[in-house]
Design a protein around this ligand. Sequence first.
Ligand SMILES: [Zn+2]
Length: 140
Amino acid sequence: MARLMKDKTIRGKCPNCCPDGGAVFHLEYDFETHAMVKSCMNCHHKLPFRKITPTGKATPSQEKALNRIMTAFGGEIERREMIGRKLWFSAKNPQKSMFLGDSLFGTIGVSGKFEVTLQRIGGDAKITDEIGVKVYLKTI
Ligand SMILES: [Zn+2]
């Protein structure tokens, strides 16, 4: 059992003994609730432990695709985050008109395959390939 557990400590607030923070917890398996818990090393108060999934990193193919789209579109990336293994992003280009589309969002898969929606008056445009990038995002 002990071999499965990494010796990890977490700092935080313990509502029982250190409500202002600074308490040290270690992770342990709670056999009553069958879940990982944070146990205060000072007073042994137990708190639920939420597993934090590490932020995934974009693959080189994803970065390349994003660069290609942003080079064609111009403007700036507003937000980007990893959703699972997909890179999600949104961007805006105030230089463009709302009729041609001044904002877009979409996802890029691990291999660089993308699906981007260009928001514009008169109907959004779905861009899924190089031709679409040239047709819809080409800077004038
Ligand atoms: Zn405590």
